[in-house]
Design a protein around this ligand. Sequence first.
Ligand code: GNR
Ligand code: NI
Length: 166
Amino acid sequence: MAILNILNYPDPRLYTVAKPVKEVNKAIQRLVDDMAETMYQAPGIGLAATQVDVHLQIIVIDVSEDKNRLQVFINPTVKASIGSREFEEGCLSVPGIYEQVTRAEKIIVEALDRDGNVFVIEAEGILSVCIQHEIDHLLGKVFVQYLSPLKQSRIKNKMQKRVRGR
Ligand code: GNR
Ligand code: NI
């Protein structure tokens, strides 16, 4: 397994729209395992392939307390969204920034698992938020894009200053 490099906002590669996975083969399973290892060591509760510069529809999530319940979503589609709520979000691609984002409260998602089998789940709470955050990454969207233009430019400034080391 390997730890992959996570892209930092505002890297333009984060705006790439991911393509569906055609076949869940050994190479995809290896990528899933590397993504999981990268997420756990970050540490984060989710990771989208977009964040490691692979533009395929693959998400790994673990919202369990003991970090022993990996959930894999390949080619996820949201079948239904119910209600709305605010939640404070962060992102491994935007380190140190936490902001409130409005999301659907409950979602029904269909996807393929690590073995390529179709499953459907109903998610609420942090899992629902995380799936929506990760699907946005696959669509080329970062959570800061929901914030005001002023906040976005302040965050961009902060990130660029950090890269320059001051
Ligand atoms: O680790 C993460 N925590 C988090 C907290 C609130 C809402 C969303 C997230 S996802 C984030 C990991 C990440 O950046 N995934 O893309
Ligand atoms: Ni993120």
